[in-house]
Write a protein of this length. Sequence first.
Length: 212
Amino acid sequence: MQKKNRLNARIVLLFIFVLGLCYFLTLSISRVGESKVTIRVIPEDSRVLVNNQPVSSKAVYLSAGNYTFSAEKDGFENDSQNHEVKKGEATIINLLPEPTSPEAKQWLTENPKIQLQREKMGGEKAALQGQEAIDKNPLLGALPYEDVTGPFEVDYGPSETRAGDTYLVISSLIPQGRTAAIDWLKSQGADPTDYEIRYHDFVNPLVTGGYR
């Protein structure tokens, strides 16, 4: 009787093992060509969406392409970012809804460890976005650039008019410097007309509200 029970137990264990193996193989086959994206979010109970579709897991597998990741929670300002998922490349997305209500701000104040974690994730998020901008536009890898003989300086920042894009800012006190900066951009293979360009320390008298 005991031998029969042990045999039955082994059969059950073998059956469970086979089922598990089949599940693993099926899952692996279904994810061929997809990349793992780990989504980290604070607060952790925020509602997470990928291309405006809610996801229940903080780890998703996506085919190559451009996606919008966002997180929302009552009392917080939604956080959203665009990211290009590349085939075979694992990615970590950090989403940090900003507290706006008194209750949300108090929650963050009462949890300094969470605040420190937010700051760390914020740094990682900024680094990722900066690298993505450079990958998209190699010119940014050469900035900031300063030429003392121009004299001029060229830098960049996040565009407010072009979603996911950047603007260039040229700093020079003299017209010759601004012209030299444009010539330098051309020497880098850049077409100035493709960019939103702002001039620091210069007000265009023909344009109301020019940049200073």
